[in-house]
Every structure is written in structure tokens, then in C-alpha cells.
Write a protein that binds this ligand. Structure first.
Ligand code: NZQ
Ligand code: ZN
Length: 390
């Protein structure tokens, strides 16, 4: 296992009705707040109407930026940063899923930068500071509510890139499972696949001696396997929504990463799909994951797949090791496709052969070639993409 530093300063208010605690947290650091949200789901499901009076009662002056896109655009970040500068805004509040939260984090950082916010994303300029970030999570998926990362898209250049800075870590996040009741089947399924992918990216690691972390990751995967389909069937099942919500935060806040710390494989490949085709992140991950597993299964990785198959999928440990490994991959794919209802192939989400080569080259970053569980060069990524075409 690797050395690690542990520090998650995000205050979490988890459970029904906990939103009442948020305004005081914001008021402690700001008088003017920018409320950021997406395409309007928070108005349709009543979260907006609950929140606004609370913010006003706390004496906060509220500015609004709406229309954050799924796969948030840098142009929206620029609009938000401009508003912050113009109005002397002192804190930002994201109400939404990962896209809204990511956009808000980079708005917070770009408020301290005079140039194009894209410079921060491509590391042409460093993030130096950020306005205090607060979030109200409405979709269980990305874990952005409790980590320092953000992923931003530039449709002009077909780039979707991540950046991270401690100043972008939310100060406080409200996790009310009832707020996710209105996420539709597609979003619920894709979100569940995303949580599982975050967990799997850590589980398949060069550092395979951290027994505790493996057990935690296995529990998270089993939680998704159990509660994802339940949430699809009964959208207002509190137990299912609550389990998914807390797993979404834990899967990517470092809890199952520190001590492992390899770079991630499937996410790097997926971000190219979203960048070129604007597909839903969780769909891309669910399509790629079984193909990636097939590609990396070898004598060297066999024991890890056996552990995964036995502990997560309950496969009989007495079976031949290769059979367990192959079954574990089949069960993973069967779960995504038949229990979550996610498309099985790239063609089903509108992706053909046209950009595979360039996407493979862009996905195979130096990190993918050396810092991941099994290195992936452009030809490996291309083979994985082709296997997914269908
Ligand atoms: O825009 P609104 O109206 O809010 O509707 C959204 C959107 O259409 C809707 N939605 C969210 N909560 C809802 C709801 N609809 C009804 N009721 C609710 N309660 O769901 C749609 C998708 O929302 P989005 O925020 O895009 O989904 P998600 O949370 O999956 O976020 C995906 C983005 O996060 C990035 C992804 O790449 C993608 O850009 N990621 C961020 C990470 C991070 N910051 O750590 C890590 C992840 O791996 C991921 O890359
Ligand atoms: Zn993800």
C-alpha cells in the first residue's frame, strides 16, 4: 500500500430535511451567493421553492445562474465567473448533479483568474484560490459533492478534462435522499454505474495488499448491485436512495483510494466518448467496463478477478480460477445491461468508428501508459473501443 494524507473538510448534512442547516453555513462566510443550477429540474421537483425562502430568511443576497449542461461547458463557467466578479459574489451554491457541482467549482476558481477559464482546465494557468463552494446534491453518481475535482467540456476542441484543487472542495453539502426521487430511470441507472466504476477503478489496483480497502470497496459494489435496481423499480424508496447517495460520496472521496492511488483507466477512455459524442458519462462507463476487464484479464491479474468474482458476485470459489474470472466479467455486463437497462454497445448510444483512432490516442495519456493497474497504449484503447462497438 502507498502512503497517504487524509483530510476531507466537507461538512455533510445527510438525510431528509437537512437543507435547513445550509443557509447558516453560507452566511458564516458570505453575504452574496451565486445559486447555480441546471436545466430546471430543481424548479419542477420543488427543491428551488424550499431553498429560496431559507436563503432569504438567512439574509443572503442571491444571484442565479441556470442552464448548466450535462457535461458542463467552459462557456457556462465563464458566464458564472463573470457574474461573480461583476457583483462581488462571495460564495457559490450548486444545486444539482455532478455537472452543476463541477461547473460551480470551476466558477469559484475562475473568479480569481482574469483570463479564459479554459486556461485553468488545461493547466495553462494554476488554480490559486476559489470562492467557498456549497452544494445540494440531487443525483447520486459522481461524488463531486465531497471531492475537490471537476470535469469540464469544451465542445469547440472536443475536449473533456478534469482538474482538482483543495480550494474547490465543498465547504458543506446537503445529501437529502428524497431529492433524488425525481431522477429518471436513465439517470438513476447511469449514476449507479458511475458509482460502481469509481469503486472498481480503485479496486483494480497495483497495491493489492490493503485488505480493509478491498472489503470496503466490495461492500460499496454490493450496495449498488442491491439498491440500483430497487431505486429503478421504486423511485421513492428512501432506503435505496439513501444507500446509493452515501455510496456515491464515499466511492470517490478517497475512502477507497488512499493507499491505492493508481490513475484511472476506464474514466480516461470514457471522457473521450463524452467529449466527442456528448453521451451520458455512466452509460459510457458501463459499456466500456466489461470490455476493459476482458482486455486486462491475464495470469498477472487473475487472482484479483477471482477475488472480485467470489466476494462481489458470489461465484463459487471451488470453480476453476479462469472460469470465475470470466464469469465475473459476464455478470458485470449482465448487471449493467439487464438489471440497470444500460445499452450494451457504443453503436446503441450513437457512436461509430469515425473517431475511434483519435479518441484512443487522446485517452492514452502518459498516466494511462504507466500509472494505471494495467498500462493501456493507444492500440489497447482502440481494441477496447472496437470490442464495444457491437
Ligand atoms: O439539469 P437538470 O435540470 O438539473 O437535470 C439533470 C440532468 O439533465 C438531471 N437531474 C439531476 N438531478 C435530478 C435530475 N432530474 C430530475 N430530478 C433530479 N433530482 O439529470 C441529468 C444529468 O445530470 P448531471 O449532473 O449531468 O449528472 P451526473 O451527476 O451524472 O454528472 C455527470 C458529470 O459529472 C462528471 C461527468 O463526467 C459528467 O460531466 N464527473 C464528475 C466527477 C467529479 N467531479 O468528481 C467524477 C465523475 O467520474 C464524472 O466524470
Ligand atoms: Zn465517473
Amino acid at each position: 500500500m502507498y502512503n497517504f494524507d487524509y483530510h476531507i473538510p466537507t461538512k455533510i448534512f445527510f438525510g431528509e430535511g437537512q437543507i435547513v442547516k445550509l443557509p447558516a453555513e453560507i452566511k458564516a462566510v458570505a453575504g452574496k451567493v451565486l445559486l447555480v443550477y441546471g436545466g430546471g429540474s430543481i424548479k419542477r421537483n420543488g427543491i428551488y421553492d424550499t431553498l429560496m425562502p431559507l436563503l432569504k430568511e438567512a439574509g443572503l443576497e442571491v444571484f442565479e445562474l441556470s442552464g448548466v449542461e450535462p457535461n458542463p461547458r467552459v462557456t457556462t463557467v465563464a458566464r458564472g465567473a463573470q457574474m461573480c466578479k461583476e457583483h462581488g459574489i462571495e460564495a457559490v451554491l450548486a444545486v444539482g448533479g455532478g455537472s452543476t457541482i463541477d461547473c460551480t467549482k470551476v466558477i469559484a476558481a475562475a473568479s480569481f483568474y482574469d483570463g479564459d477559464p479554459w486556461d485553468l482546465v488545461i493547466r495553462k494557468a494554476p488554480v490559486t484560490n476559489a470562492l467557498p463552494v456549497f452544494t445540494v446534491l440531487t443525483a447520486s453518481a459522481t461524488g463531486s459533492e465531497m471531492n475537490a475535482g471537476a470535469v469540464i467540456s469544451n465542445i469547440e476542441t472536443n475536449d473533456k478534462l478534469g482538474l482538482s484543487h483543495p480550494a474547490m472542495l465543498p465547504r458543506a453539502s446537503v445529501l437529502d435522499p428524497t431529492y433524488t426521487y425525481t431522477t429518471n430511470k436513465h439517470q438513476t441507472a447511469a449514476g449507479t454505474a458511475d458509482i460502481m466504476s469509481h469503486t472498481l477503478e480503485n479496486y483494480f489496483s497495483k497495491a493489492d495488499d490493503f485488505y480493509l480497502l478491498d472489503g470496503m470497496a466490495e461492500a460499496m459494489l454490493k450496495t449498488c448491485i442491491k439498491y440500483g435496481p430497487m431505486a429503478l423499480k421504486e423511485p421513492e424508496n428512501y432506503e435505496a436512495r439513501a444507500n446509493l447517495m452515501w455510496t456515491s460520496s464515499l466511492a470517490i472521496n478517497g475512502s477507497v483510494r488512499w493507499g491505492k492511488a493508481d490513475a484511472w483507466s476506464v474514466h480516461s477512455m470514457e471522457h473521450q466518448l463524452s467529449a466527442y459524442y456528448d453521451i451520458t458519462h455512466g452509460d459510457g462507463l458501463a459499456i466500456l467496463t466489461p470490455a476493459w476487464m476482458h482486455h486486462i484479464l491475464s495470469e498477472a491479474t487473475l487472482d484479483r478477478f477471482v477475488k472480485y468474482g467470489v466476494n462481489v458476485w458470489g461465484i463459487d470459489p471451488a470453480l476453476d480460477k479462469w472460469e470465475i474470472a470470466e464469469r465475473s466479467i459476464l455478470m458485470t455486463q449482465d448487471y449493467f445491461v439487464n438489471r440497470l437497462g444500460i445499452p450494451a454497445t457504443l453503436r446503441e448510444v450513437g457512436i461509430g468508428e469515425e473517431h475511434l483512432q483519435i479518441m484512443a490516442e487522446k485517452a492514452s495519456t502518459p498516466a494511462l501508459q504507466k500509472d494505471v493497474y494495467v498500462p493501456l497504449f493507444p492500440e489497447d484503447v482502440l481494441a477496447i473501443y472496437k470490442r464495444c462497438l457491437g
